[in-house]
Design a protein around this ligand. Structure first.
Ligand SMILES: Cc1cc2nc3c(=O)[nH]c(=O)nc-3n(C[C@H](O)[C@H](O)[C@H](O)COP(=O)(O)OP(=O)(O)OC[C@H]3O[C@@H](n4cnc5c(N)ncnc54)[C@H](O)[C@@H]3O)c2cc1C
Length: 513
């Protein structure tokens, strides 16, 4: 008896309604995923509750679509009122074909007729003009060229490899993969600052799942050598090393027009002049590419500033990039780091690691630095984190080490009730764990001023203060763009990430992730 009652209940009108609603929702979801319009009966044209004009049926039916001349077929839900043109457009955007090349054929009795675009789609349709329901890649005559085998170049090669396209070739000036940033710009104490949630070692969710997992046995903050090892490991795991030509420079790029003389058409090509750097006297190789991705790096040129009196200083004046730092002289000294970008913060850490007595950060304006946890939080967030939340997350660390109130920094423009805030800072946040500690222990002092001149072991500041007993100056005054990249591409402007708007020549300026 209870079982029978359950059976009865399962056929109750409420259950039936719920089942129908669930099924309708599933169909609507599938239609939306296919890019088909969904018609809501409430949009029916009515006047005073009376339907007017053409009436559309929003009920569902299944369409079975076959590809002419093949065995491939696809069944998908549509609404009765779904038109042929709707389905053509959805197919075209998914499969990258021209809607005007498609014909939908419907069998009626013993005849076959072509459906018009404005008709409701038939339940069984044969489509002419498609090869497959899978997108067909365009066959390019030449490989895709990648300039640079740093983080970004490697990642691009890995994405090509993962999608099954091995028609790629990459060029780099270095003798190993990893790029300028980690081979040259990082110093021997440099560590990855933003870790797993955001950076190199995590190749992106879609890539890490397969060949290249998070490396085992890493230090908490992986250092330069570990990161370079990981680049090599990842390149091997994805089988992209044979596609990379190291020790060579792409010295020139010509655009070869198509047969009709056009440089805009898909048949135009790029000719790369590739000069070997390791073989004296060997000429350039000419390599044709159908598209070119350039990742030449953006941290190669220091802003050079000379101060009056530097020749009298009597200590070390360096730029603190790469291994330019005088490591053996850092212990028990007073050091001035000029500037307050991420590399200034990085240099404070290097100086502390090597046992300096005191480090001054001499900066025109004090920048916000990020404590570790907010940094992780911001990087892992799928949507941008509100500025108010970011500053509130900074506050505990700022309070603990006497770093100031983050809401009062120059970069912050906030409403008086601190409900709305905009953070606008020329430099990205340095990740300042060591800087915070150094400030808390009095080892690091921020001096908001600029250098006027230099005398022996002394910095004279424009505000009148003198920093005495300083024997090392590290100028971290920012990085400049390298116009050699513009010249290589003969580039006048960027349109989005593309060189002069040419969608086959990407020069993505910086990774957003
Ligand atoms: C010390 C340091 C720490 C960092 N820490 C972090 C961090 O914690 N989190 C974070 O997100 N980012 C960090 N960054 C930034 C990050 O490292 C870089 O954004 C990233 O590595 C850049 O990679 P890339 O491929 O664009 O360029 P690069 O690494 O600069 O590589 C560019 C490559 O292109 C090659 N090249 C250029 N022109 C040519 C040419 N014409 N022909 C042939 N080859 C050419 C160069 O030889 C070079 O190897 C850090 C950077 C440094 C320096």
């Amino acid at each position: 008896r209870p079982a029978a009652m359950a059976a009865d209940r399962s056929r109750s009108p409420t259950t039936e309604l719920a089942v129908a609603q669930t099924s309708a929702r599933e169909k609507i979801t599938r239609m939306a995923c296919m890019g088909l319009h969904i018609f809501n009966p409430e949009w029916q044209n009515t006047h005073g509750g009376v339907p007017r004009g053409k009436q559309f049926s929003a009920s569902f039916k299944d369409v079975t679509m076959k590809i002419y001349g093949t065995d491939e077929q696809l069944t998908f839900p549509v609404q009765t009122c779904t038109r042929v043109l709707d389905v053509k457009e959805a197919l075209c955007s998914a499969l990258m074909v021209d809607p005007f090349t498609l014909e939908f054929l419907e069998k009626r009795g013993c005849t076959v007729r072509k459906q018009r675009d404005t008709e409701e789609i038939a339940r069984t349709v044969t489509v002419k003009g498609l090869v497959s329901f899978k997108p067909q890649p365009h066959k390019w005559p030449h490989p895709a060229g990648v300039i640079g085998a740093g983080y970004n170049g490697l990642k691009t090669l890995m994405i090509y490899a993962k999608s099954g396209n091995s028609d790629i070739v990459c060029f780099d000036r270095n003798a190993q993969v990893g790029g300028y940033c980690w081979i040259t710009a990082a110093n021997k104490t440099s560590k990855l600052q933003t870790e797993f949630g955001s950076f190199h070692v995590w190749w992106g969710q879609e890539l890490v799942q397969e060949n290249c997992g998070y490396p085992q046995g890493w230090s908490t903050w992986p250092h330069k050598a570990e990161i370079l090892r990981h680049f090599q490991y990842a390149a091997e795991a994805y089988g992209i090393l044979p596609h990379i030509r190291l020790n060579c420079n792409v010295a020139k790029l010509d655009i070869l027009p198509d047969a009709a003389g056009s440089t805009d058409s898909m048949d135009s090509q790029y000719l790369l002049h590739v000069a070997p750097l390791d073989k004296q006297g060997e000429g350039e190789d000419l390599v044709k590419c159908s598209m070119v991705w350039s990742y030449p790096g953006s941290m190669t040129k220091n802003r050079i500033v000379d101060y009056p009196g530097e020749e009298e200083f009597g200590g070390e004046i360096r730029y603190g990039m790469g291994d330019d730092c005088p490591y053996d002289k850092l212990a028990k000294t007073n050091i001035a780091v000029l500037g307050n970008g991420a590399f200034a913060v990085e240099n404070v850490r290097t100086c502390c690691e090597y046992g300096c007595d005191k480090v001054y950060i001499v900066t025109r304006r004090k920048n916000l630095a990020a404590p570790r946890l907010p940094c992780w939080f911001v990087h892992q967030a799928p949507v941008p984190v509100p500025g108010r939340l970011v500053l509130d997350m900074f506050k505990p660390m700022y309070d603990l080490c006497g770093f100031g109130d983050p809401w009062t920094f120059y970069a912050v423009t906030a409403s008086t009730n601190r409900q709305h805030v905009q953070i606008s800072q020329a430099s990205r946040f340095g990740i300042g764990d060591v800087t915070f500690l150094a400030v808390a222990y009095g080892k690091c002092e921020y001096v908001e001023d600029t250098v006027k001149r230099v005398t022996r072991h002394t910095l004279h500041l424009n505000g009148g203060r003198k920093l005495e007993g300083v024997t090392i100056v590290l100028k971290s005054l920012g990085l400049l763009g390298d116009f050699a990249v513009d010249r290589l591409h003969r580039m006048k402007k960027m349109v989005g990430d593309f060189c002069g708007g040419d969608w086959r020549r990407g020069v993505p300026p910086h990774d957003t992730g």
